[in-house]
Design a protein around this ligand. Structure first.
Ligand code: IMP
Ligand code: MG
Length: 195
């Protein structure tokens, strides 16, 4: 078996199913986001993982929308910086009051990142803030957070592909896969080598 399939335990969501999920989400969004005068729909892609999902979703939208990018990380509970959201990239705009923001996320895990990010966008005065996520792992939640649109709930497994990475690899896979245990272990050890 060749790369990248040799590194996968199994395919969780194949390309055809991804396609159907994204079309369904786009239908829901197209129904909900009728154009409103003096308001702008802003698709806010959460980098890097949501790049592929955002592109596929936007191609199916029939409502006028702008595109912007955000790159944030959050420290989970138990670390010194608990509660903090770190911006690596944040849209510098002065028109938040007229924006209906649709945050596009690849996966919701603990819920920390999105609960802080949506709080932040609300505090900037956005007209509305909603979240669409391709995947959701509800069993991993640390804070109460629910997306407005969810592609598919998945069990507690580490997944890669369609934007999602393991140590920055596998983002380009056209499906969602579960890497083999030893592949995950090797990548994790490489990221934080034992001294
Ligand atoms: P959280 O909801 O704040 O815990 O963060 C979710 C972020 O963690 C996502 O945007 C992903 O970048 C990353 N993440 C969570 N679960 C996975 C996974 O199974 N594969 C790859 N990245 C993941
Ligand atoms: Mg992400």
């Amino acid at each position: 078996m060749n790369y990248p399939m040799c590194d996968m335990q199994r395919v969780l969501i194949d390309t055809e199913e991804l396609d159907a999920i994204i079309s369904r989400l786009a239908d829901q969004i197209n129904r909900d986001y009728a154009p409103v005068p003096s308001r702008t729909t802003l698709i806010l892609c959460v980098l890097k993982g949501s790049l592929f999902f955002t592109a596929a979703l936007m191609q199916r939208l029939t409502v006028p929308a702008e595109l912007d990018f955000v790159k944030v990380s959050s420290y989970g509970k138990g670390t010194e910086s608990s509660g903090e959201l770190i911006d690596h990239l944040f849209p510098q705009r002065n028109d938040w009051q007229s924006l209906d923001v649709l945050v596009v996320e690849d996966i919701i895990d603990s819920g920390n990142t999105l609960s802080r990010l949506t709080e932040r966008i609300r505090a900037l005065g956005a007209a509305s803030v909603r979240v669409v996520t391709l995947l959701d792992k509800p069993s991993r939640r640390q804070v109460d957070f629910r997306a407005d649109y969810t592609g598919r709930e998945i069990p507690n497994a580490f997944v890669v592909g369609f934007g999602l990475d393991l140590a920055e690899q596998y983002r380009g896979l056209p499906f969602i896969g579960i890497p083999r245990e030893d592949v995950i272990r090797a990548a994790t050890e490489q990221a934080s080598p034992q001294k």
